[in-house]
Design a protein around this ligand. Structure first.
Ligand SMILES: C[S@@+](CC[C@H](N)C(=O)[O-])C[C@H]1O[C@@H](n2cnc3c(N)ncnc32)[C@H](O)[C@@H]1O
Length: 238
């Protein structure tokens, strides 16, 4: 027989699950509406229409779960926020733009370099079959792993320098880098499948968001999309 106490526990568990999907949904919708409005007004880029499935993924992922307690009130503002260790969670518009530029399909395998708090990895997990992510700051990698596990989001995480990619899991349909190196790491291009896309901010003071597309014959095409400002890509030896 189920006791009153265990019934109460089942009920609390159930309402908690509902709350995690519904909580702050209106704020998320407003954030996505703002992203759409910006995408249609940004003069520097031709990239104006984001895929519906990217926008829907951003309506679902609870950004407030990925930021520190003192930033939760600001979680749905369209701006980067501090996450500790001198790092940031990216601006939602930039997460949408980079994710959209990856052209993800449901069966794809994706690598992210720069997990930060795990938010973009969670968005990628909504859109692709398998997500791998690497973070160089161990404390951030551990916190992100804990958040993703707590939310039941299936992402392979690793702590370390992402410059050499994740050779054991390569090749990838798409790779996204969320910190800016001064050049494109060659291993990341090598680890792309033919037809795959690498989205990466490149530069020091002046940075450009770049898409590298790999052709079926292994040659690549590089396009500059828009000027951006990202945290620097650091190396383990520094
Ligand atoms: C803008 S933040 C991450 C944003 C995050 N993806 C999000 O969802 O908002 C960039 C992250 O890249 C990390 N990073 C910098 N250089 C790296 C490297 N060589 N390998 C892996 N991570 C790196 C930084 O520590 C930082 O946490």
């Amino acid at each position: 027989m189920i006791s009153v106490a265990s019934l109460a526990l089942v009920f609390v568990g159930w309402t908690g699950m509902v709350a995690s999907h519904e909580f702050r949904a209106e704020e998320r919708n407003r954030m996505v509406d703002e992203i759409v409005a910006i995408s249609r007004s940004v003069p520097e880029t031709e990239h104006r229409e984001f895929a519906t499935r990217v926008l829907e993924a951003m309506r679902r992922v609870p950004r407030h779960e990925f930021v520190p307690a003192e930033q939760k009130h600001a979680a749905y503002r369209n701006r980067p926020l501090p996450i500790g260790d001198g790092q940031t969670i990216s601006q939602p518009y930039i997460v949408a733009l980079m994710t959209d530029l990856l052209n993800l399909e449901p069966g794809h395998k994706v690598l992210e370099i720069g997990t930060g708090c795990g938010y973009q990895a969670a968005v990628l997990a909504e859109l692709a079959a398998k997500v791998y992510t690497i973070e160089i700051v161990d404390a951030l990698a551990r916190t992100a792993r804990g958040t993703l596990q707590r939310l039941g989001i299936d992402v392979e995480t690793r702590s370390g320098d992402g410059y050499k990619g994740w050779p054991e899991a390569a090749p990838f349909d798409a790779i996204v880098v969320t910190a800016a190196p001064d050049h494109i790491p060659p291993a990341l291009v090598q680890q792309l499948k033919p037809g795959g896309r690498l989205v990466i901010p490149v530069g020091t003071k002046l940075q450009s968001l770049v898409v590298v597309s790999k052709n079926p014959d292994g040659t690549t095409i590089t396009e500059d999309i828009v000027p951006v400002r990202f945290v620097p890509f650091t190396r383990e030896t520094e």
